[in-house]
Design a protein around this ligand. Sequence first.
Ligand SMILES: Nc1ncnc2c1ncn2[C@@H]1O[C@H](COP(=O)(O)OP(=O)(O)O)[C@@H](O)[C@H]1O
Ligand SMILES: [Mg+2]
Length: 254
Amino acid sequence: MAHPALDLSGITVTFGGIHALTDVNLTLKPGQIHALIGPNGAGKTTLVSVLSGELKPDHGTVRLSGENINSLKPYQRARRGLLRTYQLTALFQHIPLKQNILLSLEARDRARLSIGDLFRFGVSKRYASEVAEILENFKLTDKADVVPSSLSHGDRRRLELAMAIIANPSVLLLDEPLAGLSTADAVALVEMIQHQLRGKTPVLLVEHDMDAVFSLADEITVMVNGNVLLTGSPEEVRNSEEVQAAYLSDEDDF
Ligand SMILES: Nc1ncnc2c1ncn2[C@@H]1O[C@H](COP(=O)(O)OP(=O)(O)O)[C@@H](O)[C@H]1O
Ligand SMILES: [Mg+2]
């Protein structure tokens, strides 16, 4: 049987006397968007930090495609394809978008290109249609000649997502991708996550916007006070009395 894209088992983290995570298990299946939700203090950010390797758990194991990656540093995990969007902002701020995209396509294929290819003119010509397609898919065509530093917030978020997808991650961690976006920009980004990632790249999505979570997620894990309350389909989560009770006891922010 194929290994899950990502598998967390028995993750426990304490800060002094605070139990930030207690025996957390979570499995991300290939091609799935798995949302992680829960009120403030539930442990979502702590779990993402454990995954990316910035925080060492007291107990538990993180496996990427079946391989134990506990001892790997964040950059080593990134090299194996476990990417967090902000790690991808390897954007060259002073060169146009189309050049940034071209460079990341070349970086993606470096191992496959021969020395001859790299010296030959026309490599960038070969990528021209792929660059154009990416700009189109992410609604950035009219920004092709703009430098990243002068993009709007929404354009920038879409470019980051495009760069993430070009890198062809084995698992993508999206930590509040909609935070701070206007409604129109949020709708556009949700649509892109839906079309460009769903069914292809396994995604762990931490997001406060419940409409987005319920429209995107194949599976949802609800955490409360460092514990997993429930993992299930959007339908199961929506209908769970336990989840509703947790929402009601913390209705300010979910
Ligand atoms: N660096 C830290 N030092 C001490 N306590 C922390 C630290 N980071 C998080 N916590 C505590 O761990 C718990 C989980 O926090 P967090 O992972 O940020 O939750 P969430 O992202 O779901 O809001 C909270 O009680 C929080 O106060
Ligand atoms: Mg948080």
